[in-house]
Ligand binder design. Structure first.
Ligand SMILES: *Cc1c(COP(=O)(O)O)cnc(C)c1O
Length: 220
């Protein structure tokens, strides 16, 4: 069995084990640092959604593989001077944590493309990480981002600290799930909770993830 098949099987098993609806969790293949032929192989095997962290590296891949109609998600740290190329070349940005970046993405999204799909990145363990919006600022940020005409707010993304045991992973992902529920209760219509990586995606699925971002486990 290929690594892709193995991961997809594990995702379906986790859905069943944790009473999640079947096929409610999507796979984002994270291909930073991977060569184009490796991406082509995944695409041939049916994988359609790919995540990249570094703009220059991603642009080369997106252009080389444009005939395949893949869905590209920007998941890296996004600086203001890079927003135009991201708005022009990706269909999702999962790492939005500041209004200024969201405003630029909206302004720079080409008119002939559909709105850019956005996840707000939340900083769930401030002691360990500098990336993401603070929990206290999240709802206000969502209220502002949802007004931007060329963006479509889809949900939340989180990169928690690395924890090795399942109960700790579960606890942190449940916190993010509660934030997501809070936004739904505020009236935002969201459908994406992007959480879970190679080392902890089962806990993320148990906590309510709808999109797991898997890199290393797909390749070795
Ligand atoms: C690299 C990366 C991943 C994938 O991590 P693995 O542990 O290799 O599965 C997921 N999300 C983000 C934001 C990343 O940078």
């Amino acid at each position: 069995m290929s690594y892709l098949q193995k991961i997809l099987t594990q995702i379906r098993q986790a859905e069943a084990e944790f009473q999640r609806e079947s096929n409610s969790v999507k796979l984002l293949a994270v291909t930073k640092g991977r060569e184009i032929p490796a991406i082509q192989a995944l695409a041939r095997a049916g994988q359609a959604a790919f995540g990249e962290n570094y703009l220059q590296e991603a642009l080369i891949k997106i252009q080389a593989l444009s005939a395949l109609g893949l869905e590209w998600h920007f998941i890296g740290n996004l600086q203001a001077n890079k927003t135009r190329a991201v708005a022009e070349n990706f269909s999702w940005v999962q790492s939005v944590s500041r209004l200024k970046i969201a405003e630029r993405l909206s302004m720079q999204r080409p008119a002939e493309l559909p709105p850019l799909n956005i996840c707000l990145e939340v900083n769930i363990s401030a002691e360990f990480s500098k990336s993401g919006a603070a929990v206290e600022e999240l709802i206000e940020l969502a209220h502002q981002v949802v007004l931007l005409p060329r963006l479509r707010l889809r949900g939340l993304m989180v990169i928690p600290e690395r924890l090795v045991n399942f109960p700790e992973q579960l606890q942190i992902y449940q916190k993010v799930y509660r934030l997501y529920q809070q936004l739904l209760e505020c009236g935002f219509s969201l459908d994406t909770l992007s959480m879970g990586m190679s080392a902890d995606f089962c806990a993320a699925i148990a906590a309510g993830s709808t999109l797991v971002r898997i890199g290393s486990a797909l390749f070795n």
